[in-house]
Write a protein that binds this ligand. Structure first.
Ligand SMILES: Nc1ncnc2c1ncn2[C@@H]1O[C@H](COP(=O)(O)OP(=O)(O)OP(=O)(O)O)[C@@H](O)[C@H]1O
Ligand SMILES: [Mg+2]
Length: 364
């Protein structure tokens, strides 16, 4: 047996470049699960990321540099994601896969019809799937087993290049580019789902990511994703309402919202109307799922994203929908490594789902 003289290769670092912050996390295997080896989040100046695109590379790279310095990371290999709305992914069935080269040619040709831009302007990748669902459907129809299923994903080259540029400017290297929805799915399967009861896992679970500018709904049944939709709007609305009501800048309003340090009439004048609208939207987005996919009744709602921490949000959504509602905090299931601050973890937990999903790509 060969005993390694040096510790194993450091794991990849999950980096979520979101509208408001650069969030980084590194995980390690620990007692049959995972533990947080390094963790940090660094706010971004307004406008550095707009509509999910990186518009100020220098500002984002500076935030990444500060975040990595504070987090005491091991290694420099990053895993980042492109936004779900900027990517195309699809399961394709290939009848005669042939050798690796022929397979790639066929996937490319097949994929081209789903990609709304010229194929030479996209980053494109695919992997063989073990499930072969489409193949089984075909087999049922034709009586014979043919071909394989592949999962293909593509995004415009500039979405990848802008992330690689940020990493390089911060002295790091990008190892993997993922898609946000895949990262969230990974976080759910590996970290959130194991904390649920078998009954909860087998019924539809609605996982909301209540971000600053976007609200995403993913629905899982038996750990498989059955529905995903992104809607505009998020915690930014409450920040704007606070700023308008109390004559504050958006930065000040955001800070005081997070610190819970607003005047006494805040709850009645600003927070309650916001929670009413939030709960109504959550109900509406779940109704879209019913009408679009005729799925079973949602049995559990998990609230992720920073805006999930809005005072009273969980209770209000629970009351409006009549569905058990809890926070989706990945750190409830992750052990804490030395040097990771409990206060940080408590403050930012729900906002770290995508970063956690990306960090998990170390263990594929
Ligand atoms: N304790 C808190 N109470 C209320 N709101 C909070 C709290 N902490 C964070 N938020 C809000 O959560 C939002 C940021 O959440 P998050 O970090 O998930 O967004 P993001 O990932 O940057 O945005 P997006 O996903 O839209 O790109 C902001 O609107 C922020 O004000
Ligand atoms: Mg987000």
């Amino acid at each position: 047996m060969i005993v390694p003289l040096f510790s194993a290769k450091p794991t990849r670092i999950g980096v979520d470049i979101s509208s408001t912050a650069v969030k980084i996390i590194q995980l390690e295997k620990h007692r049959g699960g995972y533990r947080t080896a390094a963790f940090s989040t660094e706010p971004l100046p307004p406008g550095a990321v707009q509509g999910k695109s990186i518009t100020d590379t220098d500002a984002v790279a500076a935030a990444l540099t500060r975040a990595t310095q504070r987090a005491r990371l091991k290694g420099k290999r990053l895993c980042m994601a492109v936004p779900t709305s900027s990517a195309v992914s699809r399961v394709l069935h290939i009848d005669n896969p042939g050798n690796e080269f022929e397979l790639e040619e066929q996937v490319r040709a097949e994929a081209a019809q789903y990609i709304p831009f010229p194929i030479d302007e996209v980053n494109f990748d695919f992997e063989k799937l073990e499930s072969d669902i489409l193949g089984k459907q075909k087999k049922r129809r034709s009586g014979q087993e043919v071909g394989i299923d592949v999962l293909m994903a593509a995004t415009r080259t500039d979405n990848v290049d802008s992330r690689v540029a940020v990493a390089e400017a911060a002295g790091m290297a990008v190892d993997v580019i993922d898609i946000e929805s895949f990262a969230l799915q990974n976080a759910y399967t590996e970290i959130l789902a194991p904390t649920l009861t078998p009954e909860e896992r087998s019924q539809p679970v609605a996982v909301f990511d209540l971000g600053d500018t976007t609200t995403t709904l993913n629905i899982f049944v038996d750990d498989d994703i059955v529905y995903t939709r992104e809607h505009e709007g998020g915690g930014q609305q409450l920040t704007a309402d606070i700023a308008a009501q109390y004559g504050l800048s958006l930065d000040e309003a955001d800070q005081r919202k997070r610190d819970d340090s607003l005047p006494e009439d805040y709850e009645r004048k600003v927070l309650q109307p916001y929670l009413d609208a939030l709960a109504m939207n959550v109900e509406r987005f779940i109704q879209y799922y019913y009408s679009e996919s005729s799925g079973n009744t949602v049995n559990l709602i998990l609230l992720g994203g920073g805006a999930a921490n809005t005072h009273g949000a969980t209770e209000r959504i629970n009351n409006e929908t009549g569905v058990t509602t809890r926070l989706a905090n990945p750190f409830a299931a992750l052990a804490k490594g030395p040097g990771v601050s409990t206060e940080q973890v408590a403050r930012h937990g729900t906002a770290m789902l995508i970063a956690c999903g990306l960090a998990l790509r170390s263990f594929d």
